[in-house]
Design a protein around this ligand. Structure first.
Ligand SMILES: Cc1cc2nc3c(=O)[nH]c(=O)nc-3n(C[C@H](O)[C@H](O)[C@H](O)COP(=O)(O)O)c2cc1C
Length: 462
């Protein structure tokens, strides 16, 4: 038996996204735009003592066969104003926003996140994503200007500059001394000079250091480069590996990369996305999970999904019938744009799926339901609490980002029925102990770069 103390679970509440996990057609589903929806989820998450609220980002509307893909929810407001507004209606909940490092300038990002950290009194987090594709890039003035291989090189430099800017103000820079007339402590705000590959920044930063020093940095991206970037840079990894075995493998892999960067295993938290479906009995939960999957994968959604892999118009096929007998058009990779889900070898994927569907007697829709299922926790509240706790205690994760299928009340039953059980067993806080997100997550606060007296500029050449 291990004598290790019980690990504390960390939980985030993901606002429903613009993909088919979110069931907008359900009569209980509300607006994805109204502030009241964001407020509902944030207030409920805070009442349940969750670590943070989480917003994903998409930079261009998805298109399928040249049209807006509106089988899913379409359109969402900008991340940072939403989080700033939530700062005013919550007190302790962390506020995590996904903002890509490809299409923004480090100066703007550093200023925006420092501001969110100040407004929220230390609750800001930045989920760093890299979106280098030309389709997304076409929305921006410079178009698709970043080769895929450079996405993390740019991300690393953006973070390096942002950190230098945050550290260019000492924590106690503001004196506001009415007697001497000094507003700033001399030398407490230093110029930053950075001449790099992706950023060229020379100047004095105008935003004081936030209560956390640096906002908490999340990373989402699964490649080896992405994992190395996380190990070098991030405080939290948002992963897609929520099943027990995949979770453990990912956990070991990423935590194993930390030592090379001189970091301890505790300094990086791994939080996979997951869904929870509850029932009073295991059978009832399984039945509800099945109903939700059927809502998420309608007939037209199943056909559209297949079209992404086949690269062909499959509209004439019956979603309740067998898989297409035509082979994928391997040349046509742009039938769907703005999604990250393209099969690497469509012919091989199609062959494997046909084989699976035939062996199990699956229709197109059933096949899509099966291949897009990512597990999650389905059961009674007691079973789900047990399972979540087991994943964390046995190092398949440090917690989860809970993804609801309904806007905005999709996590209400988890807050009401599962969180109290986790609290009873001592695995999840019953009250917030700290005030900042770093404190909730058990992360150290970065100290400011020391103000060397006759060294006025923090010089960085990346
Ligand atoms: C769990 C997860 C969530 C992600 N969320 C977003 C997102 O909200 N917005 C976005 O633009 N990219 C998102 N990404 C994409 C990544 O930032 C990245 O661009 C992509 O995974 C390619 O990088 P990789 O090759 O390292 O995986 C997400 C990736 C993962 C694994």
């Amino acid at each position: 038996m291990s004598t290790r103390p019980r690990k504390q679970i960390h939980l985030g509440a993901h606002f429903p996204g613009v993909n088919n996990t979110t069931v907008w057609s359900d009569p209980r589903s509300g607006s994805q735009i109204d502030f009241s929806s964001f407020e509902h989820l944030a207030r409920r998450a805070e009442a349940a003592k969750l670590d943070f609220f989480f917003l994903a980002e998409g930079l261009r509307l998805r298109e399928h066969k040249g049209r807006i893909h509106d089988l899913d929810v379409v359109g969402r407001p900008d991340t940072l104003p939403v989080l700033a507004a939530l700062a005013a209606v919550t007190d302790r909940l962390g506020l995590a926003g996904t903002i890509n490092t490809t299409f923004n300038e480090p100066w703007e990002l550093a200023k925006q996140f420092a501001t969110l950290d100040l407004l929220s009194e230390g609750r800001a987090a930045w989920n760093l994503v890299t979106s280098p594709d030309a389709f997304t890039g076409a929305n921006f003035r410079r178009g698709g200007y970043l080769p895929y291989a450079e996405r993390y090189a740019r991300a690393a430099e953006v973070v390096e500059v942002a950190r230098a800017l945050w550290d260019s103000w000492d924590d106690d820079a503001v004196l506001a001394d009415r007697i001497t007339g000094d507003f700033l402590r001399p030398g407490a705000v230093r110029p930053v000079t950075h001449h790099g590959t992706y950023a060229d920044v020379v100047g004095l930063f105008e935003t004081p250091r936030g209560p956390q020093g640096h906002p908490v940095l999340f990373q989402a991206g699964d490649s080896a480069d992405g994992r190395d970037f996380a190990a070098a840079t991030a405080d939290v990894v948002f992963s897609a590996h929520s099943t027990f075995d995949a979770g453990r493998a990912f956990y070991e892999d990423v935590k194993g990369r930390l030592a090379a960067h001189g970091r301890s295993r505790d300094s990086l938290k791994i939080l996979p996305a997951t869904v929870v479906v509850l029932g009073d009995t295991p059978d009832e939960a399984a039945e509800r999970a099945r109903e939700i999957r059927l809502q998420q994968v309608s007939g037209p959604t199943a056909i559209a999904f297949l079209e992404q892999v086949w690269g062909r118009d499959l509209e004439g096929y019956d979603p309740e019938g067998p898989l297409p007998d035509v082979d994928p058009d391997t040349e046509n990779l742009s039938i769907t744009r703005g999604r990250v889900r393209h099969a690497k070898d469509p012919a091989a994927v199609a062959a494997a799926w046909r084989e699976q569907a035939e062996a199990n007697g699956w229709s197109i829709r059933e096949l899509v339901i099966q291949v897009t299922s990512r597990g999650g926790f389905v059961g009674t509240p007691e079973q789900v609490a047990d399972d979540i706790d087991r994943h964390v205690q046995e190092d398949a994760s440090d917690g989860f980002i809970l993804v609801p299928h309904l806007t905005p009340g999709g996590l209400d039953d988890v807050f009401d029925r599962v969180i109290p059980l986790l609290q009873e067993r001592g695995s999840f806080r019953a009250e917030y102990e700290g005030t900042t997100l770093r404190e909730h997550l058990g992360l150290a606060r970065p100290g400011a770069a020391s103000a060397a007296e006759d060294e006025p500029a923090a010089e960085l050449v990346g």
